[in-house]
Write a protein that binds this ligand. Structure first.
Ligand SMILES: [Zn+2]
Ligand SMILES: [Zn+2]
Length: 518
């Protein structure tokens, strides 16, 4: 016999209802009328909530489609600053002036520095983008190009974001765009199943570091590409794993560039990681650096000597030193031209969003022992590889991580990149440039909602009329998940019937209007 509770779940999934709805108490401010409202959990992983994850994926697909072949410059005008925002920035200006005055007289600036830090946070909280001062790298690294990378012609970047239009001899115009896939270099030959032919010679360290720094390399690529083409090129990119578990990136690019030029930009693109050396492990698990309460630093367990701080370790990197890692793309390049609205465009959007509902490490099923062993070795390589300046693993190499605090243990860093399901890449899975569509993901979501309420003829509700509170397990009106699911299934079926009816009416109205016109 089927399990009743499972049938409810299956029904919910079948009707696209959230499997873990969240219960809220909605109070109408004017009347004090209280209602229980169930809203979808909104999770993006299908292992947690398949219907919500699928909805999120479709939303990304809509976002990708809308921006890819735009033929008009998207208009993105920020709202004017509010009185509160202007006041905060004024206060920030005064704090800076006071601080710089003290500094010029050699006096203590600690108090004002702290105030400045607070103000910067308040500025962000008040809904302003960026910060008042550009982030200034503390150290100067030589910006000389690497000798092993080809130089790249540079053009000034104009504000244009729209690709070129082409006209055929018979007067048809079209605006092609691009679908590009970039991969990591080879770490050793792999078999059909993605596992290395010779695991001992496969370069796991390199594979781990390339994955950790993949997002930075991608940023560098876009920067180079924009300088190369000379306009503000826009993209929608999705990061995915290959069978060999190395990340690769599918990119929808607005406008078109020749394959030869793309190859040139890829060959000239690299990202150098100027981190301290991890060549020798100075401390292992049975003699780890110890935290000193009084100084707030880590000490050598035997000598009591204070370990160099992150900043000191960076300062010690000299001009003759090599970067810890240089990340580059592999030579393999897939690029195809795609026309707006074509079947190719839909297929590519399918690729771009295919794996978004899964963790990187769960995209390819492990079916052979070799694959399982390969995943294990990659995880091992990532265990002691520092994931960021704050990574606990720096202690292993005798360096205090940035913002050191007690309880750090090499090999047990909490950074996502070390977790098996992330395969070393902990960044965002979808990278979208700011002027892709003129909408944010929230705008695309609102579009869907508007369509639905218009279709159903529901009155537009003003969110300002209500207050919302979460309902906690101890509250008298709290519904257990099973009960919430029953409500969600019933609601969903009700609205799907209403929607079906509305659709039929719209078709009939269209037909009779056409009849009248005839
Ligand atoms: Zn959900
Ligand atoms: Zn880490």
């Amino acid at each position: 016999m089927p399990l009743a509770r499972q049938v409810v779940k299956d029904l919910a999934a079948e009707h696209g209802a959230c499997l873990r709805p969240v219960q809220l108490r909605r109070t109408e401010i004017d009347t004090g009328y209280i209602e229980q409202v169930l809203i979808p959990c909104g999770h993006t992983l299908s292992s947690v909530c398949p219907p919500c994850a699928e909805r999120a994926r479709l939303l990304r697909a809509a976002q990708c489609r809308e921006g890819w072949h735009l033929d008009q410059e998207p208009v993105i005008e920020p709202d004017p600053a509010t009185e509160e925002q202007r006041e905060l920035v004024t206060e920030r200006a005064e704090a800076q002036e006071g601080r710089d005055l003290l500094a010029s007289e050699g006096l203590d600036t600690a108090e004002l520095d702290e105030r400045i830090e607070e103000l910067d946070e308040e500025i962000t909280d008040a809904g302003m983008r960026g910060s008042v001062l550009p982030a200034r790298p503390r150290r100067h690294r030589s910006t000389r190009r690497r000798q092993d990378a080809a130089p790249l012609p540079r053009r000034p970047v104009t504000a244009r974001t729209i690709g070129k239009t082409y006209t055929t001899p018979d007067g048809k115009t079209f605006r092609p765009s691009l679908f590009v896939t970039l991969t990591c270099p080879s770490y050793g030959r792999v078999d059909e199943d993605g596992a290395p032919a010779d695991p001992d010679s496969y370069n796991y360290t390199r594979a781990a570091r390339d994955a950790l720094h993949f997002a930075a390399l991608f940023d560098r690529f876009i920067q180079n590409l924009r300088r190369f083409v000379g306009y503000d090129l826009q993209y929608f990119a999705a990061i995915e794993p290959q069978k060999r578990l190395a990340p690769h990136v599918h990119i929808a690019i607005r406008g078109t560039i020749s394959r030869v030029e793309l190859r040139e930009v890829i060959a000239a693109t690299y990202h150098q990681v100027w981190w301290p050396s991890t060549g020798t492990a100075r401390y292992d698990d049975d003699c780890l650096p110890v935290w000193d309460e009084h100084t707030g630093t880590y000490l050598d367990p035997d000598t009591g000597e204070v370990l160099p701080t992150w900043d000191q370790a960076l300062d010690a990197i000299g001009n003759e030193d090599q970067p810890l890692h240089v990340a580059r793309f592999g030579a393999r390049l897939d690029a195809q031209g795609v026309l707006a609205g074509s079947r190719d465009a839909s297929r590519c959007i399918g690729y771009l969003t295919k794996y978004l509902t899964k963790h990187l490490g769960h995209c390819h099923q492990e079916s052979t022992d070799a694959q399982a062993a390969h995943a294990g070795r990659l995880a091992d390589a990532l265990r002691y590889e520092p994931c960021s300046p704050t990574c606990a693993n720096w202690l292993r190499y005798g360096i205090q991580p940035k913002n050191a605090r007690p309880g750090l243990r090499p090999g047990a860093c909490k950074g996502k990149a070390h977790r098996r399901e992330y395969l070393g890449y902990a960044g965002r899975r979808v990278l979208v440039s700011r002027k892709w569509s003129s909408k944010t993901l929230a705008d695309h979501r609102a579009d869907r909602k508007n369509w639905l309420t218009t279709m159903l003829g529901l009155p537009a509700t003003d969110p300002g009329r209500y207050t919302w509170e979460p309902v906690k397990p101890g509250d008298p009106e709290h519904m257990p998940n099973g009960q919430r699911l029953l409500h969600v299934v019933a609601d969903r079926i009700q609205w799907q019937t209403a929607l079906e009816l509305a659709r039929r009416r719209a078709v009939e109205a269209g037909l009779s209007a056409a009849g009248r016109a005839a």
